[in-house]
Design a protein around this ligand. Structure first.
Ligand code: ADP
Ligand code: MG
Length: 388
């Protein structure tokens, strides 16, 4: 740890023995508000005896601001408009980061304040410009330690097509699919629609790089396919069309091992949807975030010992096949025949205290506060060499 710079009015550093953590959230993706809710959970629970916390919000336009350390202001609530980081609302001043030094400066109403060196960044960002290797690359360039997957695994995990390629190479099953490239669709949609005839209905049409079920449709009839592709293209010009997999949705929380240890895998959990309480046709945005009674996170998942072992082993292999670090949630369809098909890998899974990833760890004996500490410790002990 380094001291604050002497120049300029600086932010006081009350206890220099504490690790200084910049918690970064909000951001430029469609999951801005969810990220703020995650930050609310982490700010409430992080071990303040060990860590000094700097809450850093990123506005939807991409401006970095130091924000009030106030979890209640960031929580998800039905009774107010979605939380958004702005430079004049929650913001206390714009952040600037001189490259290479690992330091942050706040440009506030009273002029620049030097925040100084930060020991580790906890990027609680979902989706593009956060979970996709971009902020990870920036932090690598700055020489700052950060929690979670590196550049390649983040970028690969964000892109559902690239994930399939890596998993397929490792012998791990994913849903059959057709890629709708941005130019190919414009050039000749018939070629793509023709290729999709090899898939089995219902189809799932999804943006290659999104999350929170944004832009995803379930398609029952061929005539609805072009519209679904256009809807997904509005989120990402690269789209996947997948065969629908009939199976239960089982999710697995993976945590990097210490040193050369194998990845740690929590007790698998299951997403149980209840249509009579308003669950949608699939795990869509409303079911995920708004229809509170429609979906239950069941952990341990109600699966037999063989399926449990298969799913946990496959999750650990998927974690390593994609080159994950820190954490990832590996999501499966478990078919009637007992096959474990990976749907996707989330390198920054939902992380509110009510989210599946922390819940599965809690059931497995690692509570939320300790989980956050373990993630920070994993980041601190890992090398900052880009080829670690
Ligand atoms: N191939 C598929 N077969 C069956 N259901 C699917 C398929 N793909 C997606 N779904 C449904 O859509 C939901 C969201 O899709 P997913 O690929 O996980 O996107 P996101 O990254 O937005 O969570 C899944 O949880 C599942 O309910
Ligand atoms: Mg998903």
């Amino acid at each position: 740890m380094t001291d604050l710079q002497e120049t300029g009015p600086s932010v006081p550093r009350p206890d220099k023995s504490k690790v200084r953590v910049a918690v970064v959230f909000g951001g430029r993706s469609g999951e801005h508000t969810i990220s703020c809710a995650t930050a609310a959970g982490v700010l409430s629970a992080i071990d303040r005896d060990r860590y000094e916390v700097l809450p850093v919000g990123i506005t939807p336009e991409g401006r970095w601001v130091l924000v009030e350390d106030d979890p209640a202001a960031l929580e998800l609530s039905d009774s107010r408009p979605p939380v958004q980081i702005t430079t004049d609302g929650l913001g206390q001043g714009a952040l600037s980061a001189p490259l290479g030094g690992g330091e942050l400066t706040v440009l506030g109403p009273t002029g620049p304040r030097v925040l100084g060196q930060i020991d580790v960044v906890l990027p609680l960002l979902h989706g593009p410009y956060g979970e996709d290797g971009t902020i990870q690359g920036m932090l690598e360039m700055m020489g700052v330690s950060y929690v979670g997957c590196g550049v390649l695994a983040s970028a690969a995990g964000m892109d559902k097509q690239v994930t399939k390629v890596l998993l397929g190479a490792a012998g791990i099953a994913t849903a059959p699919h057709v890629v709708v490239g941005p130019h190919a669709w414009k050039r000749d949609p018939e070629v793509i629609l023709d290729a999709c005839r090899s898939l089995s209905y219902p189809l799932f049409v999804k943006p290659a790089r999104a999350g929170s079920s944004l832009g995803i449709s379930k398609v029952e009839r061929p005539e609805d396919l072009p519209g679904a592709i256009e809807a997904a293209r509005a989120i990402d010009p690269k789209v996947l069309v997948e065969s629908g997999i009939v199976g239960r949705e089982v999710e697995v929380a993976v945590l990097e091992g210490r040193g050369d240890d194998a990845p740690r895998v929590a007790e698998p959990g299951e997403i149980a949807m209840d249509a009579s309480h308003g669950a949608g046709e699939f795990y869509d945005f409303e079911t995920k975030y708004l229809a509170h009674d429609a979906v239950a996170m069941v952990c341990p998942a109600r699966i037999g010992p063989e399926e449990r072992a298969l799913i946990m082993d496959t999750a650990a292999r998927a974690f390593e096949a994609v080159g994950c670090e820190g954490l990832a949630r590996v999501d499966f369809f478990l078919t009637e025949a007992g096959e474990a098909v990976v749907n996707e890998i989330n390198t920054m899974p939902g992380f509110t205290p009510f989210s599946m990833y922390p819940y599965m760890w809690q059931v497995s004996g690692l509570g939320y506060t300790d989980l956050v500490s373990e993630l920070i410790e994993l980041a601190l002990v890992r090398s900052t060499d880009v080829n670690r």
